[in-house]
Ligand binder design. Sequence first.
Ligand SMILES: [Zn+2]
Length: 372
Amino acid sequence: MKSLWNDEAAAAFSDDDLGMRVYSSRLLGSDENLVMHGGGNTSVKATTNDFFGRALKVLYVKGSGWDLKTIEKPGFPAIKLQETQMLAELETLSDTDMTQQLRVLMLDPSAPSPSVEAILHAILPSKFIDHTHTDAIITLSNNPQGKRILEAVFPDCLILPYVMPGFILSRQVNQAIKQNDPNHYKGIILMHHGVFTYSDEAKIAYENMIELASRAEVYITENGTTLIATAEHEVDLLGLARIRNAVSLARGEAQLAILDRSPDAQGYSTLDTVAEISSRGPITPDHVIRTKRIPVVIGATPAKGVPEIHQYVTDYKKYFEENRTPQLQILDPAPRVGIWRNAGSIAFGSGVKECNIVADICLLYTSPSPRD
Ligand SMILES: [Zn+2]
């Protein structure tokens, strides 16, 4: 992975801190190995004037609905820095209260809601904070030996165990950085989640991210194995139509389906262990909102009505009931990803955009080696 930083291009954004934030956020967003489809988030701390003209320290943090690749200044709502930091000191904070409090702290109530990771951005002391769910580092982390490998590859990083993103994660990091000065580390790696880099210089925060991701890529190239499993099968169009119909009925609206028949995707679908290895959960929680927790695995010759999809719906409802809390509302129970035995992987979506996003993430799962 190479740094895309260009001093000349950066100069065009250098009028203010938020401008530099836009520039390096777009660099991060332009590399799919770092962030995909609205994933990752960035922030900058700055001083602005409130309505009465008083100087106020604020955190500009990525707002929901924005993509780092194309983000602009309005994509970074300003929230009061000090009060946001105080939230991390609370013992508990529900998701609902956190979302509400972050909105209360916004300078412009019509701006988009701040990222759920806003509190974490606020407590890290540096000016520029970069956060990605980079494939290569998560790949090392999502391994039975993950902790040992990360410690060997990243002796200069603070490595923290997985906790739920949101307030719990902010609190964990807040406690960790009280014991370990983050300025002594090049970055913070969150197991099974992603990476934070930070600096008072936008360029350093960005280039540290690139350097850490590159280190993981080198490790994978030197120590990884490539899975060679290819297959060639004709497409069973009737079977595909049955699958699409069953998923549409489960979701309650017509679904598009993209079948990936690349050698990697087909080979993956032929593995005897595919049902087990495809159901271990997503690479990073960031993907859950796109792909659901697990895919549906469909037999090579789908029967009428595709019972596997009925079973998926039943299991999804059961899973929700087992884990429900009063604030949670069940989503539609339809799968977003299918592994079709011997045929490949299928991305489902209500429109072309959704389908393409899911297909991109499927590619990540079925491709045995890191993409170029
Ligand atoms: Zn994250």
